[in-house]
Design a protein around this ligand. Structure first.
Ligand code: FAD
Ligand code: MG
Length: 293
């Protein structure tokens, strides 16, 4: 059998798309490897009606609601290939199974390239974050370290004083000119040029000169790239964003390949659960219309 739509990625964006399609009684196959980007965090903030909820619980509730629709097929697994053309797109699974769909939607998310700081990866989503709107409030206007990764980090260092007293740790990732330095100082930011040796405790930075700076939390701007290369291998155009790269889509969320769409973090910036859900809902409705008209 051929599904109306195959959705690769069954997290917020993919499920939001599926919901629209299922409510239009279309057949949908969701393939999901279960690696949501926010799986490192125990609380998700800023999503209306779910503020502070466990991100896994938000996804689980959504999935249980989708599973009530009889035209849904859900496979927990990894897609390793996508081929074919509009109306006859074929997805290959890691176990060799093949599934055919008239349309294909990539809701595959992004991966974060974290700065190479000893001890940082273990604290990602716990005391080290990228988004102040998601995790700034809980730091209670305390001392915040911003670890530079490149030029985009200046923007973070300028914005985050809204949430606390900022120390901007350049860590050899960039140099700031006199104008930027003056701007940061005017915002109350302390610039620290000594490289970071490692992260200790909850959010303590041991510097190369032996000093230890304690923070309520840390922020760092990660580079984000599509979590899956399937869209690129299928020939979908990839575009630059201020944070990395993403799958290029038009206003209706279709990629450069007819019949193939993309939504959520994989295909829009900036990133959040709210925006992924909105993007997915729109992609779902547009895919439905492409099957009707
Ligand atoms: P994702 O949630 O990343 O889901 C993509 C899905 O696709 C995954 O399940 C993955 O396994 C699957 N997939 C990928 N490739 C394949 C494949 N080949 N085969 C099968 N499945 C595949 N946002 C907020 O709004 N509030 C917060 O508090 C917040 N906190 C965050 C904390 C951290 C540490 C991080 C990193 C992010 C946070 N975010 C937060 C951002 C949020 O996680 C993303 O915006 C959101 O997850 C994007 O949803 P998505 O559905 O587009 O992608
Ligand atoms: Mg998704």
């Amino acid at each position: 059998m051929s599904f109306d739509v195959i959705i690769i990625g069954g997290s917020y964006a993919g499920m939001a798309a599926a919901l629209q399609l299922l409510r239009a009684r279309r057949t949908v196959l969701i393939i999901d490897a279960g690696e949501r980007r926010n799986r490192f965090a125990s609380h998700s903030h800023g999503f209306l009606g779910q503020d502070g909820a466990d991100p896994a619980a938000i996804a689980a509730t959504a999935r249980s609601q989708l599973e009530k629709y009889r035209t849904l097929t859900w496979i927990d697994g990894t897609a390793i290939g996508a081929d074919g053309a509009k109306d006859a797109l074929v997805v290959t699974m890691s176990d060799g199974a093949r599934h055919e769909g008239r349309r294909l939607l990539f809701a595959t998310g992004v991966k974060d390239a974290l700065p190479q700081v000893d001890g940082l990866a273990e604290r990602w989503g716990k005391s080290v974050f990228h988004c102040p709107y998601c995790h700034g409030y809980e730091l209670d206007q305390g001392d915040i370290g911003v670890i530079a990764t490149g030029p985009m980090s200046v923007h973070q260092a300028q914005l985050i004083p809204e949430w606390g007293t900022v120390t901007f740790l350049l860590n050899g990732a960039l140099t700031v000119n006199a104008e930027t330095q003056a701007d940061l100082v005017a915002r109350g930011v302390t610039i620290e040029e000594t490289p970071i040796e490692r992260l200790e405790g909850e959010a303590e930075l041991r510097l190369a000169d032996g000093r230890v700076l304690g923070f309520a939390g840390l922020f760092t701007a990660t580079r984000t790239t599509p979590a899956s290369d399937l869209a690129a291998r299928l020939g979908c155009a990839i575009e630059e964003t201020p944070m990395g790269t993403q799958i290029k889509t038009d206003g209706g969320k279709e990629t450069s390949i007819p019949g193939v769409s993309a939504c959520g973090d994989a295909a829009r910036v900036p990133h959040s659960v709210t925006l992924a859900v909105a993007d997915g809902a729109w992609a779902g409705a547009m895919l439905h219309r492409s099957l009707v008209f």
